[in-house]
Structures are given as structure tokens and as C-alpha cells.
Write a protein that binds this ligand. Structure first.
Ligand code: GDP
Length: 440
């Protein structure tokens, strides 16, 4: 599977951090040495690997530590963010000008997946309501024209071809054909070679000059790692590409191309190919790719959610209340809502790192109970939430009726709250102070 080796090595580097309570400069540097080796082994360009590790180290050493995260989670978070930025940050979309036809020139070495991806792109754009036209500009191999016709038929996209004529003329004529037939997007499938050669580059430059493409997409095979990146560098120098299509990400790739191409060429990966079928095309999302490379989707989701849902300041205020035994039902409601925003109890537990999720998966985690507690608190007045002792039997009946529960349910909640208050007293004693998420 793609990135498996890299994910494993990164996990191993972070595991060592997890055993530490506090994060020092030495710990970060040791972990980063391993991260750097893992990147190099994954065929990441050595300059890119060095810059990456330097950037992470600088941020990790002396970073303000989020109190809701462990030091290891903190480093994982920084690595994740830096991976995203390495791959271009935001998803990079096609530039389709308002005045048709939009010309997309596909280029790349032979076998990289150019013809397949011309078809995939045609199919995708058609599904988005466009009327694309595929153009056979690879005139050197008769089989290439036939292949494009087969792909076009499968995609339901028309193909323009003029046999083995002059590719520049074919491209120009195709534009006229598109205008006459109402095609708003023209996709040029150009010729490839096994290696970059001058004649090929001159031909591509001539097509570019003749039709002024809106997009020049370079198709590269992710399985070829660093070679793909140097191909991208050369094509970019000679043609000034606008983006990259990274193919064969379904294969056993080490990740080097995905990670280095943006940093080396400055051009974003716009699409990724994930299989031989025409539907196997996806916009390239740097954040999803970073999560995949880290191989810790669940931990990352947890970090992200914990961070957005549990505002640090608010959390401190809650802890303070808890310590001073001032945590009331209103606060409980706030905590419940924060937890609810993170997902169902099962989901939250399944995201907890360190296998806690597995241990608890058999436990009785009933979201309805949580919702019931919420409904009961919501049916109380603000005074009652602050001082539950005020609630007399007639109010209990009203609260039960208001929340669609039974008096027993209200009693159970009040009893639980009382037990919790006793616990709070213990925590408020000196020496017993501990960091904790009050309700959890
Ligand atoms: P071209 O010479 O650049 O036009 O390359 P082709 O489009 O003919 O593709 C070369 C080979 O790679 C074909 O056998 C394709 O089926 C295969 N291929 C293309 N894209 C992908 C992909 O994303 N994943 C996989 N597994 N195979 C692909």
C-alpha cells in the first residue's frame, strides 16, 4: 500500500516522544533525525527533507504547548501542518476562464498515464456540466490515437483526430472544431517519449505558442519517485507548467514525488490518479494526503477536534470551578454540548489514542443517555441549574414532563451530580490537584 513504510517509520519516531512527559529540545532533535531518515528513504528530495525537518524543529522547540495535547500529539500536529504546507496548503483547482474554450494541455513522459488521465479529466469535467473535447496530438504512435478513441468512448467524450498530421495544426484545428460544436473545454493529449528530448520539447513549446493553453498539466508517475520530480523540474523550466497530475497513487509508492514536487517546482499537484478506471481521479487535497502519509487519521481528527471544541481558556475556567467545587449543572451542560459537537460517544472514544478506544469499545456508551441528561438540564431554570438543591418534588415532575423523561431519570441525574460534587471536594483538597477534563 502507498506510503506504508513512511507511515510506519514516522509512527516509530513519534512513539518515542509519547513516553516523555515533557518535551525538550534534545527529544525533538532526536525525533526529527528519524523523521528526516524516513523522508529520505521514502525518496523525498534531500533538500526538501532538510528544510522540512528544520521548519518542524523550529516550531516544536519552544512552542507554546497546548494543554489539551500531549507533547507527542503536539509534534504530530506540527508535522501534519508542515506536510500540508509542503504539498501546497490548499487544494488547487483548474483555472477555467469564463470565455470558452478553455484549453488544457496534457504532457508528460510515455507511460506516465497521459492518455488515461486525459480521459479521466474529460469524464470528470463532463460530469460537472462541461462539454469537453479530447484531441489526439500524439501522432507518432497510431496506437495512441486508437487508445484515446477507446478512452473517449468509455468517458462519453468526443475525440478530435486528424491521423498522423502536424500536432500544432491539429491543436489549432481542434480549437475551431470546439467553437463550432459548442465544446467549452479542449483537452490536448500530446506525445510523450521515454526520456525528455529536445525535439519533443520543441514540439510542445510550438503547441503552447499556437494555442495559448489555460492549463499545462504535467502527468507524472508517482511510482518513479525522484525521477518524476526531476522530470517535473525540466518540463517546468521549458514549458512553465501550471500544475501536476500525480498518477498511480494506488500503487506501492514511497511518497517522495507527492512530497517533493511542489517544493521543487513551485507548481501544485492538482489531481491524483488512483487506479486504471476512468473514475479513479481525485482533486489533490494536501491535508488528506498529509493525514494518509502520517497514517494516523484518527489521532489527527482527535487532535483537531479537541483543539477546536475545547477552548483552552474556557477549559481552565472549568477546571478552576471544578477545583473550587463551583461546577454546576449549567457547566455540565456546556461540557455535554462540547462533547456532543465532537461526535457520538462511540466516535469520540474510537478516536482516543493509545488503544483506549479498543479497550472501551465494548463499554455501554449510550448517546441517548447523554441526550436525556441534556434535555433534563435544559428543562431546569437557571437558578435550579446553579443550585439543584432547590428542586422540590413538584418541580421534578415538571422537569420530567418538560424533558420527556421520568421523575426517576431526574432523580438519577441529581444523585449523580451529588456524587460528582463530593468528588470535586476531594479534588479541591490541596495536593490532590490534577489536570483533567472535568466531565470526561
Ligand atoms: P501515456 O503513455 O502517458 O499516455 O500512459 P497511459 O495513459 O497509456 O498509461 C500507461 C499505463 O498506466 C496504462 O496501463 C494505464 O492503465 C496505467 N495507469 C494510468 N494511470 C494509472 C493509475 O492512476 N493507476 C494505475 N494503477 N495505473 C494507471
Amino acid at each position: 500500500m502507498a506510503f506504508e513504510g513512511l507511515s510506519e517509520k514516522l509512527s516509530a519516531a513519534f512513539k518515542k516522544l509519547k513516553q516523555k512527559g515533557k518535551l525538550g529540545e534534545k527529544d525533538v532533535k532526536t525525533a526529527m533525525r528519524e523523521v528526516r531518515l524516513a523522508l529520505l528513504e521514502a525518496d523525498v528530495n534531500y533538500k526538501v527533507a532538510k528544510q522540512f525537518v528544520d521548519a518542524v524543529t523550529e516550531r516544536a522547540v519552544g512552542a507554546a504547548v497546548f494543554e489539551s495535547l500531549t507533547p507527542a500529539q503536539q509534534v504530530i500536529k506540527i508535522v501534519h501542518e508542515e506536510l500540508i504546507s509542503l504539498m501546497g496548503g490548499e487544494v488547487s483547482r483548474l483555472h477555467i476562464p469564463s470565455k470558452p474554450p478553455c484549453v488544457i494541455m496534457m504532457c508528460g513522459l510515455q507511460g506516465s498515464g497521459k492518455t488515461t488521465h486525459s480521459g479521466k479529466l474529460g469524464k470528470l469535467l463532463k460530469s460537472q456540466g462541461h462539454r469537453p473535447l479530447l484531441v489526439a496530438c500524439d501522432v507518432y504512435r497510431p496506437a495512441a490515437i486508437k487508445q484515446l478513441q477507446v478512452v473517449g468512448e468509455q468517458a462519453g467524450v468526443p475525440v478530435f483526430e486528424m491521423g498522423q498530421g502536424d500536432p500544432v495544426e491539429i491543436a489549432k484545428k481542434a480549437l475551431g472544431h470546439a467553437k463550432d460544436h459548442g465544446n467549452d473545454i479542449v483537452i490536448l493529449d500530446t506525445a510523450g517519449r521515454l526520456h525528455i528530448d529536445e525535439a519533443l520539447m520543441a514540439e510542445l513549446a510550438a503547441i503552447k505558442a499556437a494555442v495559448g493553453p489555460d492549463e499545462i498539466l504535467l502527468v507524472i508517475d508517482s511510482m518513479t519517485g525522484q525521477d518524476a520530480v526531476s522530470v517535473a523540474e525540466s518540463f517546468n523550466q521549458l514549458l512553465e507548467i501550471t500544475g501536476v497530475v500525480l498518477t498511480k497513487l494506488d500503487g506501492d509508492t514511497r511518497g517522495g514525488a507527492a512530497l517533493s514536487v511542489k517544493a521543487v517546482t513551485g507548481k501544485p499537484i492538482k489531481f491524483s490518479g488512483t487506479g486504471e478506471k476512468l473514475d479513479d481521479l481525485e482533486p489533490f487535497y494536501p491535508d488528506r494526503m498529509a493525514s494518509r502519509i502520517l497514517g494516523m487519521g484518527d489521532v489527527l481528527t482527535f487532535i483537531e477536534k479537541a483543539q477546536t471544541q475545547f477552548d483552552e481558556k474556557q477549559q481552565k475556567a472549568m477546571e478552576e470551578k471544578f477545583r473550587k467545587n463551583k461546577f454546576d449543572l449549567e457547566d455540565m451542560l456546556v461540557q455535554l454540548d462540547q462533547m456532543r459537537n465532537m461526535g457520538s460517544l462511540q466516535q469520540i472514544v474510537s478516536m482516543l489514542p493509545g488503544g483506549i478506544g479498543n479497550k472501551l469499545s465494548g463499554a455501554d456508551l449510550d448517546d441517548r443517555q447523554m441526550d436525556q441528561v441534556r434535555a433534563i438540564i435544559c428543562s431546569m431554570t437557571p437558578e435550579e441549574r446553579a443550585k439543584p438543591k432547590l428542586i422540590n418534588p413538584s418541580r421534578k415532575r415538571r422537569i420530567a414532563a418538560g424533558s420527556g423523561t421520568r421523575v426517576e431519570d431526574v432523580n438519577r441525574l441529581l444523585k449523580q451530580f451529588e456524587t460528582m460534587s463530593k468528588l470535586m471536594k476531594q479534588f479541591s483538597r490541596p495536593g490532590k490537584r490534577r489536570r483533567m477534563m472535568p466531565f470526561m
